[in-house]
Design a protein around this ligand. Structure first.
Ligand SMILES: [Zn+2]
Length: 160
C-alpha cells in the first residue's frame, strides 16, 4: 500500500466513535490463527497480562506467514482490520500470534519465531503508535512472549 492509500484507509475509519468506544473499556488487538485451539489461551493471556476488557480478534490461517509472505489481498485485509481496531475502538496494542502444530503454516518452532519477529517489525512500520507483541502458543497451549516493543523501550530507557 502506498502512504496515500494508507491515509485514505485511516481517514475512513477514524471517527468520533473512537472516543465513545474507549468509554466502554480498554481494548487490545490480536492477529491470531483461525485454529480453535488457540483462541481461548490467547484471549485469556491478553486480558490478564495486558489488563484489558476486550480483545478485538483478527483471524487468518497461519497469520505470521500471512503478514510476512502472504498475498497482498490478505495482508491488506489484516492491515485494514487492525486500523479499524486501533482507530475506531481505541486498542492500545497489537499482538501477532503463531502457535505449535499450525496446519496452515506447518514449519518448525524456530521458523515460527523468526516469522513472529519479522511480523512485529512489519507491524511497527505501520506506525500506529501502539505496543506490539509477538506471541507463541506452545504445545501445552501456554503463551510465551517472543517480542514486546514496550519492554524494548523500557530496556533502552534503562541503558540511558
Ligand atoms: Zn494455525
Amino acid at each position: 500500500m502506498t502512504p496515500k492509500q494508507i491515509l485514505k484507509v485511516v481517514k475512513k475509519y477514524t471517527t468520533e466513535r473512537c472516543v465513545e468506544a474507549m468509554r466502554d473499556g480498554r481494548f487490545a488487538t490480536a492477529i491470531n490463527c483461525i485454529d480453535g485451539r488457540v483462541q481461548v489461551p490467547v484471549l485469556e493471556w491478553i486480558r490478564f497480562y495486558l489488563n484489558v476488557d476486550y480483545v478485538d480478534l483478527i483471524t487468518e490461517p497461519g497469520p505470521d506467514k500471512a503478514i510476512v509472505s502472504g498475498s497482498e489481498r490478505t495482508y491488506n485485509s489484516i492491515f485494514e482490520k487492525a486500523i479499524l481496531s486501533v482507530k475506531n475502538l481505541g486498542s492500545q496494542s497489537i499482538s501477532i500470534v503463531a502457535h505449535y502444530d499450525c496446519r496452515a503454516n506447518p514449519v518448525s518452532k524456530e521458523e515460527h519465531i523468526e516469522l513472529i519477529q519479522s511480523s512485529v517489525e512489519i507491524i511497527e512500520k505501520w506506525r500506529f503508535g501502539v505496543r506490539i507483541l509477538g506471541l507463541w502458543v506452545n504445545e501445552w497451549r501456554y503463551v510465551e512472549v517472543i517480542k514486546d516493543t514496550e519492554k524494548e523501550y523500557q530496556r533502552q530507557d534503562r541503558i540511558w
